[in-house]
Design a protein around this ligand. Structure first.
Ligand SMILES: N[C@@H](CCC(=O)N[C@@H](CS)C(=O)NCC(=O)O)C(=O)O
Length: 198
């Protein structure tokens, strides 16, 4: 399999952590691309032009990180990261959706900041920032305080918080969120997270 990748994308990191937690690093080669430069090979794999995109050995391409993570979790041996059915499945997917939403809003702000200052929208930046803060508070109440059994929700949370550390240190997401900090600290000790840190 080939993964279109980037060392800083939170969505790619989620996939790279899943690959490592499944013990499958040897099965996946990575091609680092800059999605905003529109490489044709990425467009062939994902018409949306976004990373991550996964090319399977039979040529089928998968994109959008939740789909890629579910494919890897379902088809690879190793610990189950997304329960197949029942309330636990919806709990994990809900946490992943909130964490991915934080990453989406943070990436949108980062892209906006790349534009010339007179083209930026302060009101959109403020709206995305508020979404990040509300969702951090939501996760503080929902994500628990420790990791008994690692799941895709934890992995998505770790990837989103790691991205905030990388790009938005001034947001100080740890302030007033001891539960999230404890979960993040526990994740950060895992080889899968250490190996994919930037
Ligand atoms: N919903 C997508 C989001 C992926 C995404 O936004 N990736 C960014 C990099 S962090 C990207 O490739 N952006 C390029 C673009 O928007 O043109 C997923 O979960 O995979």
């Amino acid at each position: 399999m080939k993964l279109f990748s980037s060392p800083t994308s939170p969505f790619v990191r989620k996939v790279r952590v899943v690959i490592r937690e499944k013990g499958a690093a040897d099965l996946v080669t990575e091609e680092v691309v800059v999605a905003r430069q529109d490489p044709p090979a990425l467009h062939a794999a994902n018409p949306l032009g976004k990373i991550p995109a996964l090319v399977l050995d039979d040529g089928l391409t998968l994109f959008d990180s939740p789909l890629i993570c579910e494919y890897l979790d379902t088809t690879l041996p190793g610990p189950v990261l997304l329960p197949a059915a029942g309330p636990e499945r919806w709990r994990v997917l809900r946490l992943q959706a909130a964490a991915d939403g934080i990453a989406d809003a943070a990436v949108a702000i980062a892209y906006e900041m790349l534009r010339p200052e007179n083209e930026r929208s302060p009101s959109w930046i403020e709206r995305w920032r508020n979404a990040v803060i509300r969702s951090l508070d939501f996760l503080e109440g929902e994500a628990g305080t420790s990791i008994n059994s690692l799941d895709l929700g934890h992995i998505a949370i770790g990837a989103a918080l790691g991205y905030l550390d990388l790009r938005f240190g001034e947001l100080s997401w740890r302030n007033g969120r001891p539960n999230l900090e404890a979960v993040f600290d526990a994740l950060s000790t895992r080889p899968s997270f250490k190996d994919t840190a930037t």
